[in-house]
Every structure is written in C-alpha cells, then in structure tokens.
Design a protein around this ligand. Structure first.
Ligand code: ADP
Ligand code: MG
Length: 272
C-alpha cells in the first residue's frame, strides 16, 4: 500500500494520486487500486466517477464485519474505471479503525499488484494510520515556504522518514522569465535541515492542460491521452512512478522487455 498525503489540502494531492495510479498501471500492465479515504472531499470519485454511488470503504467494513472473507467477493467494493484502474470510494457513514485498515491491506495484497490511498491532508488520525501502515508515503508540496513549517510541525513525517518520497507539484522554475527564488535547491536544503537527508524529491511541473481538464471534469483524458505522453509533466510523472515501483519492489516490465529484445538482437546477428 502506498499513501499519498500533504501537509495541507489544495496542493494537488488527489490529482497526483490519480495520475500516478494510472501511470503505474500502464508500467505494470495490470490494474491497480486507488482508495479514496477523504470523506470531506471525495476527490477521487469527483474526478473519475459520474455515478452518484460508488462502492468503497463503507461496504468493505460492513461485509468484513458480517464475516465475509477478503477473497470471497473481491471486486464488490470497488468500481472499475478502465483496464488499469479500480477505485474505492471513501467511507461516509462508518468510522474506520486500525483493524479495518489492516484488513484492507490484506485485501489489496491479495487482489492488486499495488494500491494507492489518497489520504486526508494535514492532521487527521485516520491519515496517521494509513501513513504508518503504508510501505511508501508520498508527501505532496508546492513552492510555498509555509508548507515546510507544516512538515516540521507534523512529527509523524519525521518518524516515517525512511519511507517518504517528496513531490513538489505545480512546479515552476520561473514566471515570465523571472526566476522564482524558492526553487528545488532551496526546498531540498530546507528538507535536509529537517532531517530528510536521503529522501528522493521529484517535481511535477505546472501544466495548464491539466488545469483545464480538471475544470472540465475530464482529468482521465489528461492521464490517458497519448498525445500528452511526451509533455514535461508526463515525463516527470514517469520518473516518479518508476522510482516508487522500484522502492515498492515491483518489477517494471518495460525495462525487462527492452533488455530481452537487445539480447535477441545480438543472438540473431551471431547466427547470421
Ligand atoms: N501539476 C499541476 N499543474 C497545474 N495545476 C495543478 C497541478 N496539480 C493540481 N493542479 C490544480 O490544483 C487543483 C486541485 O488539485 P487536487 O488534487 O484536487 O487538490 P487536493 O487533493 O490537494 O486538495 C486541480 O483541480 C488543478 O486545477
Ligand atoms: Mg483531494
């Protein structure tokens, strides 16, 4: 399980979760699960599902408590968005406790190569459970100095520092040729000062197409469209997805195929 979080809301955490899930699904050539755990915003469902009712964490908890095994009804708690992505809606009525998250982890381990959780940003006890139970925590930031202070204030980030990957979202090196002083270098220096010395830091550039697709409720177009794939945003997203998969222990098949192809080519030449 991989948790996506942020020191406060509005930094683009849900969009990162969706795009990363889809990119990982394509790299793995398999369907991944994205769990919405934010009952206050329901961002994942709002961006991706036009049905008013999407199955998710409430149904999961009810069924598990009534004695249903995790392998019994594997796809009755999620909605399939496309061949690379299933989503689970956040709990709306029931409170989740640690035991539920453990069961959820068991369920995702059995049914998906990878599961991502879009958490509630900032201070929240359910988010803390998800962060502790996840093998990787992706912390989304932007170029705002006040966010570094929030990182410092949240002690759990420090405790979990070995599994944190930082993402600076909506990154702009300069606006109208004026260099922004609070850039990657300054942010990484400040994070190092807070003790995050070895943590990978990725950037995801500001992308105007992404803003438009979000406003038109067509984010999936942006995530899936082939013509976007060479954009700076998608190139950086690809790097983030590969590193996350590597840390999570998943093989990225495309690399292996490239290697196998190269070997095959050498072999053919030799035979000639
Ligand atoms: N890389 C980006 N470039 C430009 N705009 C972005 C980017 N990431 C997010 N946004 C904008 O931020 C808005 C909020 O993102 P969202 O993921 O819903 O925030 P959060 O979940 O952190 O509250 C999006 O609708 C989009 O307009
Ligand atoms: Mg959100």
């Amino acid at each position: 399980m991989i948790a996506i979080t942020a020191p406060k809301k509005g930094l683009g955490q849900t969009v990162v979760s969706i795009n990363l899930a889809i990119r990982m699904g394509s790299l793995l050539e398999d369907r991944v699960l994205l769990i919405d755990s934010n009952k206050y915003c329901c961002g994942v469902v709002d961006y991706l599902s036009n049905s008013s009712w999407t199955r998710g964490l409430d149904e999961f908890k009810i069924n598990i408590e009534s004695g249903m095994g995790i392998g019994q009804n594997p796809h009755s708690w999620s909605k399939t968005i496309n061949p690379r992505l299933d989503i689970m809606a956040s709990n709306q009525y029931l409170q989740l406790i640690e035991k539920d998250i453990e069961k959820l982890k068991e369920y995702t381990n059995c049914n998906y190569p990878i599961a991502l959780v879009d958490t509630i940003a900032g201070e929240n006890s359910l988010t803390d459970i998800f962060l502790k139970k996840s093998s990787i925590v992706i912390v989304v930031l932007t170029q705002n100095k006040s966010e570094i202070r929030l990182i410092k204030d949240k002690r759990l980030y420090g405790e979990l520092k070995d599994k944190i990957i930082f993402v600076i979202n909506q990154y702009q090196a300069e606006i109208n040729a004026i260099k922004i002083r609070y850039g990657l270098k300054e942010i990484s220096e400040e994070l190092k000062e807070l003790g995050f010395k070895q943590n990978p830091i990725f950037i995801l550039p500001y992308d105007v197409d992404l803003v438009n697709e979000c406003n038109d409720s067509t984010l999936l177009n942006f995530s899936m469209a082939r013509e976007h794939q060479s954009s700076p945003y998608h190139k950086k997203l690809d790097l983030l997805a590969r590193e996350t998969l590597k840390q999570h222990g998943n093989l990225v098949l495309t690399n292996n195929i490239e290697k196998v192809k190269k070997k095959g080519f050498v072999f053919n030449l030799f035979n000639l």
